[in-house]
Design a protein around this ligand. Structure first.
Ligand code: UGY
Ligand code: MN
Length: 262
């Protein structure tokens, strides 16, 4: 279905890629190798499937360019499936069965399992959005609910006390109804994680800006805007921001609030 960056045909040099794929463990999908996919319901939308169960993830992520008239009237999410949309740039109409929201740059919406999202590009220029969906894991006595907002209206916190690493949490962190959260982490050039994390939860991360060196399973990989990372359960992970002045930022999901099982 073509390459997402519209670079088709022969290149000047040898074929090469930064892609690293270890299903179930970790993956780096560089922007240069991304292809456009056909996903039922999406019309006039350049959509690329990122993380998915085939990669070993318990969720699916997508990066989308809604072209003029781009839409999804079939629905995203629904019975048993929670869904999330983040508008990177543009203007997107996101509707439920009754309510409608216009999301601009930084706008986001979470619909709990059982609610379906419908999309419509609300401008003639391209609207770029990151989408996520996952099978919801219910917890008796608790219930997730719809959350709609904009990153620009939230105050970031200093991640683990580091003034040059900012964290935005998009969903409530203190409500067991939510079995996941979506965040943005932003590192000033030179900033880094305080330690290499090794944890039970998995992540899908889409790089929104800048450049970094990312540690996946104790190997360091250069990454940049437009790349996608999958970190499976227990995959060691950390990053240093590098580059020239632009923050290294990514939006990422993390499962939460559930017993690991026996
Ligand atoms: O929340 C997290 O686990 C996050 N700090 N992980 C990451 O950025 N790889
Ligand atoms: Mn982590």
């Amino acid at each position: 279905m073509g390459y997402k960056n519209n670079k088709t045909g022969y290149r000047n040099g040898l074929l090469e890629s930064r892609a690293v794929i270890v299903p179930g463990r970790y993956a780096l999908i560089p922007h240069d190798g991304l292809v456009k996919n056909s996903v039922p319901g999406f019309e006039n939308v350049n959509i690329s499937i990122l993380g998915s169960p085939r990669l070993g993830a318990t969720f699916s992520d997508f990066i989308c360019e809604f072209l003029e008239g781009g839409k999804n009237e079939l629905g995203f999410g629904g019975e048993g499936i929670e869904s999330f949309v983040y508008v990177i740039k543009g203007k997107l109409k996101v509707s439920g069965d009754k309510e409608t929201y216009i999301l601009k740059d930084g706008g986001y919406a979470y619909f709990p399992a059982g609610e379906t999202m419908y999309f419509q590009n609300a401008q003639s220029e391209v609207t770029e959005a990151f989408l996520y969906q996952r099978k919801y894991e219910p917890l008796p006595g608790h219930q997730a609910y719809r959350v709609v907002g904009n990153k620009n209206d939230l105050a970031p916190i200093h991640y683990e006390g580091m003034a040059d690493v900012l964290l935005w949490d998009f969903l409530p962190t203190d409500d067991l109804g939510f079995d996941m959260n979506m965040h943005i982490l932003s590192f000033a050039p030179g900033a880094s994680h305080g330690y290499v994390e090794t944890h039970y939860q998995e992540h899908g991360a889409y790089v929104l800006s800048g450049q970094g060196m990312y540690n996946l399973n104790n190997k360091w990989y250069p990454v940049e805007k437009g790349d996608y990372l999958f970190m499976g359960a227990y995959c060691p992970q950390a990053a240093y921001a590098v580059g020239w002045g632009e923050a290294f930022s990514y939006i990422y999901s993390k499962d939460a609030n559930r017993h690991p099982g026996v």
